[in-house]
Design a protein around this ligand. Structure first.
Ligand SMILES: [Zn+2]
Length: 425
């Protein structure tokens, strides 16, 4: 219903003949959003979209079962890929990859830049992580200092109040209106951290868990970071479409907040600050490599039809390249049991790698915090305030961030991070 209204607005805006005037008032990004919404304009696509949703549902059901029926999973998976390719074809796209990129609102970069990005990760990050993994160290999680969700909220409140006037005001309102649920309890989904937006109220709502794991306190701060960015943009940007950007930018907001948390770690993990930082840096570097593996898998998957065993062979090959520490028993390949079960592959193709791109900008913010904290904070505020009102490269410029795809940017940014991790081992 809401989408139908939105589509009507899009159609009116496009047909109005006032495109220039609208762009002058709201910026060019307005029609970039319209363009993304209209990726599906074709009557036959509705049937295929319905089919796609039904297949996703079937897949979820099969995954939720205790004993997995590999062949049934594969059949649904195969059908899903076929449906998506057919959908792209019916809409006149060269491939589903092209449609997938458009649906994700990827702007200013394409498959070539992404392939290059993955190569850089494979070259610089994979060997560093593999070397640390070979040491077989214990990355045990430190316990959380806050004993319950109420104490966790007061720790985050103390951090946000001290961090800046803006974060203090935001958190005050979040507390007053109790816009969070961090309590772990029976029948609540565990290990779920998310931030929803209440567009009408221009307020976020944070859902999390609190099991006493110190690393989890950072996941909660991450979600409140999303909330802060949304809250800030919603007060600066006139259109709802501009209150959030693409995950490439949104995840930079939230991941960077995890680093603004570092000076306050005592509140969250007490004496285990070093362990927290070590685990945090290690987790993120490992994720960089893992997500690139998933991304490459997603690209090849839509490129050619593969049998169950071929799908496993493909995953094994890609794993060896990016995440060699993830050893796959040859037996599992032969039996066709080891293609990745990452839900994003089924739910939202080409989405996951955006976290990696955001991670590079996050590291850049982190390095800036160390060299020029004031500058880092004001750049961060500018990025949050701009929301999704500008294109990706314009937002990078606004926040004085380098383009993660350019030249040796990735290497230059990641090198001191790897060094810092080594100093904490
Ligand atoms: Zn996030």
């Amino acid at each position: 219903m809401v989408y139908a209204l939105r589509d009507e607005c899009d159609t009116m805006a496009t047909a109005s003949g006032y495109r220039n005037e609208l762009e002058r008032e709201f910026g060019k990004q307005l029609f970039a959003h319209v363009n993304r919404h209209r990726a599906f304009e074709n009557s036959d696509s509705l049937r295929l979209q319905t089919e796609e949703s039904a297949l996703k549902m079937q897949y979820r059901k099969l995954m939720a079962k205790d004993s997995r029926d590999e062949e049934a999973l594969y059949q649904v998976f195969r059908k899903l890929i076929e449906t998506r390719c057919e959908l792209a074809d019916s809409l006149g796209y060269d491939s589903y990859i092209e449609l997938g990129y458009r649906l994700e609102g990827k702007q200013d970069y394409g498959t070539n830049e992404i392939a290059d990005f993955r190569r850089h990760i494979q070259k610089y990050i994979t060997p560093a992580v593999a070397e640390i993994k070979a040491k077989k160290m214990n990355f045990r999680h430190p316990p959380a200092v806050p004993a319950n969700s109420r104490e966790l909220i007061s720790a985050i409140s103390a951090m946000f109040k001290d961090l800046s006037y803006e974060t203090g005001t935001y958190f005050e309102e979040m507390m007053q209106k109790e816009l969070y649920d961090l309590e772990s309890r029976e029948n609540k989904r565990g290990n779920l951290f998310t931030c929803c937006m209440l567009p009408h109220a221009k307020l976020p709502f944070v859902i999390g868990n609190n099991t006493g794991d110190g690393m989890e306190t950072g996941y909660a701060v991450h979600e409140f970071g999303h909330g802060f960015a949304f809250y800030t943009a919603a007060r600066k940007q006139p259109l709802w479409e501009f209150h959030r950007s693409s995950p490439t930018v949104n995840e930079t907001h939230s991941k960077t907040m995890e680093h603004f948390m570092f000076p306050y770690l005592e509140l969250f993990v007490g004496e285990y600050q070093k362990e927290y930082k070590r685990n945090h840096l290690m987790q993120q570097l490992e994720n960089l490599a893992y997500r690139c593996a998933i991304d490459e898998f997603e690209h090849v998957m839509y490129d050619r039809a593969l049998s169950r065993v071929q799908l496993c062979e493909l995953w094994a090959d890609i794993s060896r390249k990016y995440i060699p520490w993830n050893r796959i028993p040859p037996e599992d390949i032969r039996q066709g049991k080891c293609w990745p079960r990452q839900t994003h592959i089924v739910e939202r193709p080409f989405y996951y790698v955006q976290y990696d791109i955001a991670q590079i900008s996050t590291y850049e913010f982190y390095l800036k915090m160390k060299n020029n904290y004031e500058q880092a904070w004001s750049d961060y505020m500018r990025l949050c305030g701009a929301g999704g009102s500008k294109s990706y490269s314009e937002l990078l410029e606004i926040a004085h961030l380098s383009n993660p795809f350019a030249g040796s940017t990735l290497e230059n940014i990641c090198q001191p991070i790897v060094e810092e991790l080594y100093s904490l081992l």
